[in-house]
Design a protein around this ligand. Structure first.
Ligand code: HEM
Length: 378
């Protein structure tokens, strides 16, 4: 396990990294005054902090299996009463064009701030339809796409719940993200209006920019037992098989408030017992109690049910928590049984409270020349 977090190796590379950076800075300092910018050596010799371009095209929407980006906005929209099946198709065509432009660093058609379109920004836009959009579009939802039943520990607020449509937009930094969301909402204005918006962040890289399992605001490594994209387990967990929804998935969004103050009062041992994993490297405790979160959520306790979790943290004013997000082929068959187990007995319920809940059917991906949702709405 310590190999995975790789602390000693990281320290070593960190030292070498600063030596290289120092050498580069030394050269820059020695360069003649008036050297053109092109002559100046780069400030650092590594590729730290550079983002990637996720192709907008593919069998699946790219944002689902891409690494969790640094900043994320989840926006739920409600359709205007006039938005029927044809209008929904027009909206999805407009969003397709926006996504093609934004993810490749080009301004959208009609962009009023084209300078803000940024290349290699880790930008992804994932689009899903809630029950309202399925009804307006006269589209049958995927199998098992059913409302999440009320849970005993829920304290749901309308302000964070429901929605006819969802956009999950992620990027490597906030300026590109805010610009992308603004363009998408501008094109949605004739068809839908914003219902709620949740902003979150995730640190999924180490000091050298390598991907790692990130930590939530309790300090826990979160995502350790997730299925790995590209594996059979991931494909079986996430993608809807056959039917018109094939290659699509479902998304559950739960805003979960976390009481950081009372959590911080626990001893480290109590914190580890509540989760069933260690805090430093996320290893499973050899003998977790029956109420430990990771034990109760494990497939063995849930007839084999798995989900792919991809939440982001939030901290606004004195409110902190997790914008919990999970992708699964079936809400009723996978998410609900796990959520029921946790609602029944999870130790973490003392410090966590769901204050928002929504679920969406996530459209399959699209090819160049095609548009999002064409298989369901044309
Ligand atoms: C604020 C609320 C939550 C926190 C802080 C939290 C935190 C964690 C952590 C730290 C782990 C262990 C590491 C890992 O495998 O990722 C974990 C595992 C897990 N959690 Fe949560 N979680 C929360 C809510 C939920 C919810 C709402 C669900 C689903 C209904 C869920 C499902 C799972 C599953 C399936 C696992 C993996 C279990 C395994 O296979 O070992 N969690 N969670």
């Amino acid at each position: 396990m310590s190999g995975r977090t790789g602390l000693p190796r990281r320290r070593f590379l960190g030292y070498v990294g600063s030596a290289v950076a120092g050498a580069a800075a030394g050269t820059a300092g020695g360069a003649a005054w008036g050297a053109t910018r092109d002559d100046a050596p780069p400030a650092t010799a590594d590729r730290r902090g550079l983002g990637v371009e996720h192709s907008p095209y593919g069998v699946h929407q790219a944002g689902i299996s891409a690494p969790t980006p640094a900043v994320v906005e989840v926006v739920a929209l409600d359709l205007l009463p006039s938005t029927d099946r044809a209008a929904l198709g027009r909206l999805l065509r407009a969003w397709t064009g926006d996504i093609e432009a934004l993810t490749t660093g080009r301004p959208t058609p009609g962009d009023t701030e084209p300078w803000l379109a940024a290349a290699r920004a880790d930008l992804t836009v994932t689009v899903g339809l809630g029950p309202g959009a399925l009804a307006a579009g006269r589209v049958e939802g995927p199998l098992g796409f059913e409302p999440i039943p009320p849970m005993r520990h829920d304290r749901l607020e309308d302000a964070w719940s429901g929605g006819d449509l969802v956009l999950v937009v992620g990027a490597r930094e906030g300026t590109t993200l805010a610009h992308a969301v603004r363009q998408l909402l501008r094109d949605a204005a004739p068809f839908a209006r914003e219902r709620w918006r949740q902003t979150g962040f995730w640190n999924g890289t180490d000091a050298e920019g390598r991907p790692v399992v990130g930590r939530n605001l309790f300090g826990q490594l979160d995502g350790t037992a997730n299925p790995t994209p590209g594996t059979d387990v991931f494909d079986e967990t996430v993608w809807i098989p056959a039917t018109a929804w094939a290659a699509g998935t479902t998304l559950v969004v739960r805003r979960i408030a976390m009481d950081l103050d009372t959590w911080a009062e626990l001893t480290r041992d109590k914190q580890e017992q509540a989760l069933g994993r260690t805090l430093d490297d996320g290893a499973r405790l050899p003998d977790p109690g029956p109420q430990a979160h990771a034990r109760l959520a494990h497939p063995m306790e849930n007839s084999g049910a798995r989900i792919f979790r991809k939440g982001v943290s939030y901290a606004t004013g004195r409110q902190s928590g997790l914008v919990f997000m999970s992708y699964q082929a079936s809400v009723a068959g996978q998410f609900v049984p796990i959520q029921r187990s946790l609602d029944r007995a999870d130790s973490l319920n003392t410090w966590t409270t769901a204050v928002g809940s929504a679920s969406f059917a996530v459209l399959p991906g699209f090819a160049e020349g095609d548009w999002l949702g064409s298989g369901l709405l044309s």
